[in-house]
Design a protein around this ligand. Structure first.
Ligand SMILES: C[S@@+](CC[C@H](N)C(=O)[O-])C[C@H]1O[C@@H](n2cnc3c(N)ncnc32)[C@H](O)[C@@H]1O
Length: 270
């Protein structure tokens, strides 16, 4: 194990906060635990030399590896399941009724390994059934970790990981690929557009506003100011009548947002 010096710790945590919003100032042990072996494998004996090497690497590969290591990507199917129920029973019917062009624009921001966007796609497929082809319901799913984006695109989950989803989803939307693993079917996979995207990007580059944004369990690692700024940016790119879903532990102070509170961790643009 390589111990990180205070100056190195300050440099790395400042970099992560400034560029990705992630606050690791209380996470010395986590940083040492996640990076030490890799730093040694790369032939360095201290954090300073490793960080110099990362910041000099113009290919972006080393930053990418660092981000893969320092992001927390824990997720699972049916996480905060009441959100999916509300999405199915209230949000999608509202959007169907009020859509002008039969397009639903949904963004899973901080999608990790794909469980959240695939769940949304399965709900939409169930809802529209054989009318689905008449709708454009592609879901944008973004993350800063290329590692989890690759896992998401791969769409392979263990039997244990899919344990909590309805059995008919397993039958209809997954293929069993060996004794243990399930692969999301082509039809659902094609509903998701995966992109590497940093939520700290100053001006969001989207041409059209979203009807629904899921950004759950991402802002827990952000400072309050960063979180408020991000929520304001989400607000600006939400369609009127559209929804924002955040994680249950990430509530927004009502004085700090123009969104209306709907239910725990669900907000709406009036
Ligand atoms: C804990 S996972 C949440 C996954 C899923 N939304 C859920 O609720 O289970 C948080 C994800 O946010 C991503 N993330 C953290 N900071 C980010 C940023 N600045 N831009 C984009 N994604 C970020 C991480 O890489 C990680 O995969």
């Amino acid at each position: 194990m390589i111990n990180i010096k205070i100056s190195e710790f300050k440099e790395l945590t400042a970099y992560m906060k400034k560029n990705y919003g992630i606050n690791l100032t209380e996470k010395k042990v986590l940083i040492e635990g996640r990076l030490s072996n890799m730093i040694m494998e790369k032939g360095f004996s201290n954090f300073s030399d490793y960080l110099k090497f990362v910041f000099k690497d113009t290919s972006g590969n080393e930053i990418s590896i660092l981000i893969n290591k320092l992001t927390t990507n824990h997720t699972y199917f049916m996480r905060e399941a009441d959100h999916f129920k509300y999405f199915r029973d209230t949000v999608v019917p509202y959007l169907e009724e009020n859509s002008k062009n039969k397009d639903l624009r949904i963004w899973s921001a901080g999608c990790s390994s794909g469980e959240e966007p695939y769940t949304l796609a399965m709900i939409i497929k169930d809802y529209f059934g054989n009318q689905k082809d008449m709708w454009n319901t592609k879901i944008l799913a973004t993350d800063i970790s290329k590692k989890v984006l690759d896992e998401a695109k791969n769409g392979v989950y263990s039997g244990e990981a899919v344990n909590t989803i309805p059995k008919y989803w397993l039958l209809n939307y997954f293929n069993k690929i060996d004794g243990e693993n399930y692969e999301i079917c082509e039809e659902i996979r094609n509903e998701i557009i995966y992109r590497d995207f940093n939520l700290m990007t100053e001006i969001f580059p989207f041409k059209k506003k979203f009807h629904v944004i899921f950004c759950r369990n991402v802002m827990i690692y952000f400072e309050p100011k960063t979180k408020v700024e991000l929520i304001n940016k989400f607000y600006d790119i939400t369609e009127p009548g559209g929804y924002l879903f955040i994680g249950h532990s990430e509530s927004i102070d009502k004085n700090e947002t123009k969104y209306d509170y709907i239910m725990p961790a669900v907000y709406r643009k009036g």
